[in-house]
Design a protein around this ligand. Structure first.
Ligand SMILES: [Zn+2]
Length: 295
């Protein structure tokens, strides 16, 4: 089974002492690639250092909606510059709206809008954080997409990460072309609306993540979360969709490679030549694994 954890924060201090062991465990769990999300551009050097150590790590750059007091147009320029400076950047974000913990609503809108513009300009997907703000988010994204269409610009693509909305809200973002990513919260007993959403997302729009170190899934709830635990998310979402976890892993891994245009994992490919899942992903994307090793 091969998994992609599409949202991690392993640059945080809580991983400083044992990241080698954490990596060993994610490899044992079948996690072949990780997408490191970005809270603030200052973290960028840490992502590069982590990806140097663990080549399966790709990363994003952006500013989190709870850090919008840092926002300036110059910081937007910095995000754009960093995104173009390293080919391991696969997304812009995380950006979004958080009305649960912040009332800096106008700043959040400005910061979101600027990062959406960077994402389409650079043809990168956007990682969206949305908490207690689904209606406002759907409206903003819808407006942005309409303006892109009117200007015959490139269409916006991205993912609603750590998704916690109802099926009705989920449909708003599916209609906008977005992917939907489920985290450990889908395993929580009382998360009925998240479970219902995880059951209804079309298989070609579904992603999984840990959002580690936060929100560890059952049966690790309350502990520090880590990428290996994405296997518990996979199992729960597979149960909800009444498919095997192997099938769920194939679908979500394929979707992650496609949305983020992830490189085929050099070390995994070399360790298991002829590996069918990697071959299938590469084939589906019209890419030969052997060719990508030469890049
Ligand atoms: Zn995050």
């Amino acid at each position: 089974m091969q998994l992609v954890d599409t949202h991690v924060h392993i640059c945080f201090d809580s991983f400083q002492d044992d990241l080698d062991l954490v990596a060993q465990r994610w490899r044992e769990a079948g996690v072949i690639r990780l997408v490191h999300s970005c809270v603030e551009p200052k973290e960028f050097g840490k992502f590069q250092a982590i990806a140097d150590r663990f080549p399966e790590v790709s990363f994003a750059v952006g500013l989190h909606p709870l850090d919008v007091d840092q926002w300036t147009p110059a910081l937007g320029e910095e995000i754009r510059r960093l995104a173009q400076s390293d080919r391991r950047v696969v997304a812009i974000g995380e950006t979004g709206l958080d009305f649960f913990k912040s009332d800096q609503i106008e700043q959040q809108y400005a910061c979101l809008e600027a990062q959406l513009a960077i994402a389409v300009a650079l043809d990168l997907p956007v990682i969206v954080h949305c908490r207690d703000a689904a209606a406002a988010m759907a409206e903003r994204l819808g407006d942005f997409c309409d303006r892109q269409t009117a200007a015959q610009g490139r269409s916006l693509r991205g993912v609603m990460h750590c998704w916690g909305g109802s099926p009705e809200e989920t449909q708003w973002f599916l209609d906008l072309g977005f992917h939907i990513s489920f985290s450990g919260t889908v395993t929580f007993k009382k998360a009925e609306q998240i479970k219902a959403s995880a059951a209804m997302v079309p298989s070609d729009r579904l992603l999984i993540e840990t959002d580690c170190p936060f929100l560890a899934p059952v049966p690790q709830r309350g502990k520090r979360n880590e990428p290996a635990f994405v296997a518990h998310v996979a199992q729960e979402v597979a149960n909800l969709r009444q498919i095997s976890v192997v099938e769920l892993a194939q679908q979500t891994t394929h979707n992650a490679f496609e949305l983020f245009r992830l490189p085929v994992n050099r070390s995994a490919t070399l360790q298991s030549p002829g590996d069918e899942a990697i071959g299938a992903v590469a084939f589906a994307l019209g890419r030969c694994p052997a060719a990508s090793l030469l890049e």
